[in-house]
Design a protein around this ligand. Sequence first.
Ligand code: A2P
Length: 313
Amino acid sequence: MAEFFVLNTGARIPSVGLGTATGKAEPGVVGAAVYAAVKAGYRHIDCAPQYRNEKEIGLTLKKLFEDGVVKREDLFITSKLWSGNHAPEDVPEGIDTTLEDLQLEYLDLFLIHTPIRSKKGAIPTPENFLPVDIPATWGAMEKLYHSGKARAIGVSNFSCKRMEDLLAIASVPPAVNQVESHPGWQQMKLRELCKSKSVHISAYSPLGKPGSPGSMGKGFLSNPIIVSAAEKLQKTPAQVALRWGLQMGHSVLPKSVNETRMKENLSVFGWSIPEDLMAKFSEIPQVKTLRAEFVVHPQGIYKTVEDFWDGEI
Ligand code: A2P
């Protein structure tokens, strides 16, 4: 297993990246985590304006370059277009703000964060949602790709239906669909579709966000199939979950602000889960951790969670 996958642009995306959606982390925590991660060998940092920490990450990247830890061209930086910038004329502002905050001249990957469009500048609550117009937004994303500000473009949280609709109109096909994926939410249908169309899947919350209300404790990490595979392989359940992702052909973006766990999450090369153990993973109950209930409103665009995910939940 190589330490990267090749996108349909020809660029290499590192197999393991650091997620930075660390919620209510105190100021400085994410910056320190990114610095430690890059020093430990991470080469992909997954960002978004929605995480409200791009300025802090920008200062850290600057320091990493100044300290000679890494060069810009050795890093793969992803960020995302937030809901309030979906109008085609607002898409350039979306990337420009992110580039300014991250103190970068280009992104390696720029994604439509989610198929939610909200009124510009408004709090993205369901009352402020507008119907999405993905073809229009994608047209503006394609312009960013041609400008060189985004070296690859893609989407996030797209169902099979939305992927098919997008692929039908795209002049530049999406390079990536970043979605929740892990042994407890395997996304087999989406995986097959993306594979057949050369769209790479990048998995957020590849550990099932242990400890979050949606994951119910340790979530699938305490599933006996994972625990027993970990014991047999002398790895941790988290490493087994991440390695499963790599063997399924997708990159993984575990979040951690803890240096020991960051290093643990990067130690997923040079060993593999044998086929007989991989086959057992199909018996793990499938539960989506991040259901996005916050998008639902009786008078809103999405009346149910199923509406939002096109029934693929
Ligand atoms: P911490 O930052 O204290 O390490 P996900 O990426 O699936 O959303 O999960 C993120 C959560 O998982 C964070 O709360 C993180 O906490 C925790 N985490 C990260 N790596 C590991 C690991 N190797 N084992 C257990 N929990 C982990």
